[in-house]
Each structure stands twice: as C-alpha cells, then as structure tokens.
Design a protein around this ligand. Structure first.
Ligand code: FES
Length: 169
C-alpha cells in the first residue's frame, strides 16, 4: 500500500523540470468563471496548465473535492469566487474563506505543501486579474514542483483515460 503520510512535501525538482504541471481550478459560475471567459474573449495570454470546474458557488466546494484532486495527481488547486460581499448566495464565500484556512493546515499535516492551494476573489469584470492569478499560481507551482502524491500513486496524469484503458487490455 502506498504511504501517503509524507512528513514533508518531498518534491524532486531537477528531473521534473520539463514535466507538465496540472492545476485544477474551481471557479464560481457568477464571478470567476465569467472572469475567465472575459480573459479568453479579450485574448489575454496566460499559461494553459489549468483545467477548470465550474461550480455555482465556492461555498459548495467540499474539502473532500480538494483532497481528491490532490490524491488524483493535481499539482495545485485554485479556488476562485466572488469578492467578499458579492456572493450570490450571500455567505458562500465567507464559509469558503474559513474552510480554506482549515484545509491549508490539513494539507500541511499530511505532507502536502499548503502553497499548492490558493484562494482568490475574481469578479466577472476582472479578466486581467484572472490571467494574472493563473500566471502567478502556475509560476508558484512550478517552483514547488510536481506533487509527491502523483508520483507515489504511480499515476501518469498526462495520460488520457483511453490510453490507460488501452494499456490495461
Ligand atoms: S456565488 Fe460566487 S462565491 Fe458564492
């Protein structure tokens, strides 16, 4: 059984230099997803290493989803939602902000660098901010390196499900 109780984020940077990093972004439908859309429509340049999941509110993001993302080989997880006071469900992002601090501590206690998780408030009008957040978070994750979990789980996150299925036949 794989030992996932690493005492520290044992990232091997040198040989990982050319490996593609994987960032999963949970984006609130009402603000940050629209901000990402605006960045795209405005043709702003930002790194392509992000896969996004649209959620109705950051308050719906269970800590379980974040842990699962890391378990499945994500190198970084971004949560982006409406600015404080602008949540369409009133208090969703307040809950997210509280939960975020707890999850950071939890990550550290299980040996995942808490810098791999980031929370940002990005409105629908902030396409430029969205592009900047993606660029700086990507840079941060590259500095931290590939996740030790993606290695210890023996997964190649660059393979598609079809490739994995082909190899198992
Ligand atoms: S609706 Fe955007 S964070 Fe709640």
């Amino acid at each position: 059984m794989a030992d996932t109780s690493l005492k520290k984020d044992q990232t091997a940077k040198p040989e990982d230099g050319n490996e593609k990093i994987r960032i999963l972004a949970f984006l609130c439908n009402w603000c940050s997803y629209a901000g990402a859309d605006l960045a795209g429509v405005s043709r702003l340049q930002y790194p392509p290493d992000v896969k996004s999941i649209r959620v109705m509110c950051t308050g719906t993001i269970s800590p379980h989803y974040i842990l699962k993302a890391f378990q499945e080989g994500a190198d970084g997880v971004l949560i982006a939602g409406c600015h404080i006071g602008d949540c369409h469900y009133l208090k969703g992002n307040y809950a997210t902000a509280k939960r975020f601090r707890v999850i950071k501590d939890l990550l550290e206690s299980i040996g995942i660098d808490p810098g791999r998780l980031r929370l940002e408030w990005v409105s629908a009008a902030e396409g430029e901010k969205y592009a900047d957040v993606i660029a700086s978070f990507t840079e941060q994750i590259k500095e931290i390196g590939k996740s030790p979990l993606s290695k210890s789980m023996g997964r190649d996150v660059n393979k598609s499900k079809a490739q994995v299925a082909d190899e198992s036949v």
